[in-house]
Design a protein around this ligand. Structure first.
Ligand code: ZN
Length: 461
């Protein structure tokens, strides 16, 4: 059931909405959770700026697109959303906000506005505003909290329609919002357990070596890597030289030289890194290692007196070694250069104001070890005004830190199997993503379903 937003399509509710608006308030258009033991709330929400502008003009031709776009941004920023999704559905142009990690329908706009909104956003991001058949990406700034907010915009061509109708072209637009006030690049704020945080801070005191972060897209790698860089700046002040090469630069950091890859100008990772090495920075952050050439330069930098921090896609922390070997890096070079691998996943955490005890599905509980199950106090948010009825307040990182010590180094050089490497790391105290997730769910911080959605007991299976 699509609760909530349908107000705009129902004449009775619409009339009630217009009436209540005179009081300045109306029923929320955000959907309400209807899970078994969750309470149903009638949350109230201020009339959105966007809705006001749309309703002032009955004719889509007369709507001021600049104001509509601006109001979507302001509404999203006011709601503390991290992303705006704008996409054409069958009957309307749907605007959704990601609030506390969950996508929520915010407005349904007339489809006729789709092209104009897209063109306006492209102008803001200095992109080609009439190009609709190729993906485009860009940056812009929007008014918001002090100094405005950074926006990263992505335009992706899609088709819609079918069912006897011909396809119509459209675009799916995703806007990520980076509000400096709501983004804390602080290791202690990421949600890492005390052991991970302490190990990470110890690794950052090393003058040389490679620290790699791994996890799927949206697992918090960028935020974590920025927190690591800000930590170094806080620790060392202006005495440290830090340079980054990123694709793209997501956030401007103080006291750090950030370079953005530009494929059109052949400013690729290998080109940028080779040049950067001549400037000899102490710390080099590489946005992502995804090809053999970049991997080779990164390893070389890590072996020659630089602290290299980067991300890499791999199924698990131990799997990073296999991924690098597949990129033609010799095991002995890996063993000497990698100092630690941090595995990450982002999960939504319960809203403290509405979290209530609940009993997870018995089928899910079977996956939880007996000793954890018997002392668990499972909790889940039911939805309240503070959490926009999502049941969550923000996201937190699950972490798994594989520290490379002598036994692990020997094992990598001896080309042992990944599973054995993983087991060795666990025997030496590495807490896996699964273990830390289940523990935090059992303590009531995160719903069990969130953990099971994002981690598996055996990542190598
Ligand atoms: Zn709540």
């Amino acid at each position: 059931m699509r609760a909530g937003f349908d107000i705009g399509c129902c004449p009775i509710l619409y009339a009630a909405q217009v009436k209540t608006r005179q009081l300045g308030w109306l029923l929320t258009r955000f959907p309400v959770n209807h899970s078994d033991n969750r309470k149903t709330t009638q949350q109230r929400q201020r009339v959105s700026r966007t809705r006001q502008i749309i309703e002032q003009n009955q004719n889509a031709e007369e709507i001021d697109i600049t104001r509509v776009v601006e109001s979507i941004m302001l509404d999203a920023i006011d709601a503390n959303s991290s992303d705006i999704h704008i996409e054409p559905w069958d009957e309307s142009l749907v605007v959704r906000f990601r609030l506390h990690g969950v996508l929520k329908e915010f407005e349904h706009l007339p489809l006729e506005l789709a092209e104009k909104i897209s063109a306006r956003l492209k102008v803001m991001a200095n992109l080609v505003n009439y190009e609709t058949e190729r993906p485009q990406e860009g940056h812009a700034r929007a008014a918001g909290s002090e100094g405005g907010v950074e926006l990263r915009l992505s335009f992706f061509p899609v088709v819609r329609g079918g069912q006897g109708h011909s396809f119509t072209r459209g675009e799916k637009i995703v806007i990520r919002i980076f509000d400096p006030k709501s983004r804390s690049f602080d290791i202690d704020q990421l949600g890492f357990d005390a052991d991970t945080s302490a190990t990470l801070q110890e690794l950052l005191t090393r003058p040389t070596g490679m620290l790699l972060l791994t996890g799927p897209t949206g697992s918090g790698k960028t935020t974590s890597i920025y927190a690591v860089l800000c930590h170094l700046v806080r620790q060392c002040g202006s005495s440290i030289s830090i340079s980054t090469v990123e694709d793209p630069v997501e956030f401007n950091l103080p006291q750090i030289s950030q370079a953005q890859i530009n494929h059109a100008r052949e400013f690729t990772y290998p080109v940028a890194l080779r040049s950067l090495m001549r400037q000899d920075p102490q710390v080099i952050m590489i946005g992502e290692i995804r090809d053999a050439e970049t991997a080779a330069i990164a390893v070389q930098a890590g072996l020659t007196g630089h602290l290299v921090i980067s991300t890499i896609h791999a199924g698990s922390t131990a799997g990073v070694f296999a991924r690098m070997i597949n990129m033609d890096i010799e095991p002995f070079l890996l063993a000497s250069s990698i100092i630690g691998i941090l595995g990450l996943r982002l999960v939504c955490k319960n809203c403290p104001l509405c979290a209530m005890p609940y009993q997870p599905d018995p089928i899910l509980l079977k996956r939880v070890p007996e000793d954890v199950r018997k002392d668990a106090s499972w909790r889940r948010g039911g939805g309240c005004e503070t959490c926009n009825d999502t049941g969550f307040t923000g996201r937190t990182a699950l972490s798994e830190m594989l520290t490379v010590n002598e036994p692990i180094r020997d094992a990598v050089m001896g080309k042992v199997r990944i599973r054995k490497l993983q087991k060795m790391a666990q025997e030496q105290g590495m807490k896996t993503l699964w273990e830390s997730g289940i523990f935090r769910a059992a303590s009531g911080e995160i719903p069990l379903e969130e953990i099971l959605r994002s981690v598996t007991e055996d990542p190598l299976a």
